[in-house]
Design a protein around this ligand. Sequence first.
Ligand code: G3I
Length: 376
Amino acid sequence: MNVGRRAFIGLVASGSALLHGGAGDARTRASARSGGRPPGRFALGTCLEMHHVESDPRLAGIVGARFAEVTPEYSLQWSSFEPAEGRCRFGQVDRLVAFARARGQAVHGHALLWEQGTPGWGTPDWVKARLADAPDWALVRRRFETVLGRYGTAIPAWTVVNEAIETGDRADGLRANAFLRAFGPGYIPAAFETAAELAPGARLMLNEYGLEYANPVDAARRRAALALVESLRRRGVRIDAFGIQGHLDLGKGRIDARGLARFLAELAGLGVEIRVTELDVQERDLALPLAERDRRVADETARFLDVVLDQPAVTGVTTWGVSDRFSWLRGDYDAIRADPGPGTAFNRGLPYDAACAPKPMADAIARALDRRVAGL
Ligand code: G3I
């Protein structure tokens, strides 16, 4: 992909802005606003929930000034959005879309379908019960019609299926979730076809985790993910993008730089755009000195981004949050209650600490973005 230097100048501005404040680059925002993903553009994004942003002006300031794209962390998930049949909770998402629009930011819709077994995560129990009784695609279609009907114009890109891979479940590597049990593997192409019909102008993404490390499970997940994208493309299903979540983990050993680079190149060879969608770092030793903890997180971030940003088909990076305070990677609950400050109790796997001060991870992201420009 011939990505213009101009696009990356915006990237550098975003990268540096991540550290030093100031408005994110207009060019990056402009490209983000125009759907965020026309080939040759790049967006630096993050996820948020409006009640977090509304409760912390520092957080709101950072999100609004330094990121070109935002993803609702969970308020668009079916379980949060429609916890009971027909009772949709539009408020959080409406406010997030308005927040982004006021700041020239793009919104990524996450996720139309996700079911991985955790109660209250992704798909509500009432849907799982209905599908187990009588597999009826009309129920799924109505979810798409409700969400894409309301946000299909305001939100230009969507995770259509989240985490469809689970290599321990089936020979084809697909997760035996409620949708697969109800409809078979065909639920995945059907979801993309339904989304393409209802939101013809949207960019449609498959999003996966566990692809980054040098171990047999991640290697198997990379193979299964590639096979799934190949099968969708072979069937003529429109899949525009692939999301590599990027949940890094200091306890998982070595990032598989060669395996990951090869995986990204093969995905790019299938003609899909690639995004890092949920970058954060799980720590494994909170007893270390703070400077050492932050160095380890920053170094792992740099190792990962150096591989992914070397692939021109990667057109954006989204961190899974801004501040450790609101990360799903909570750290030590008891210590947090005892020490609610920005200190050592939180998992320090996001660019900013619990008091919204930038950490070495923010610098690592900015430097990785700058290196990408230098490599042009
Ligand atoms: O804030 C409410 C609280 O008021 C309420 O009492 C409680 C019980 O209902 O729920 C709380 O909200 C929960 C929220 O986490 C904050 O704890 C939501 O129910 C819960 O669904 C939400 O979990 C999110 C999870 O996805 C499921 O949607 C996490 O924040 C979010 O980080 C996580 O993100 C996933 C990606 O979507 C997919 N990839 C993995 C990633 C991490 O698991």
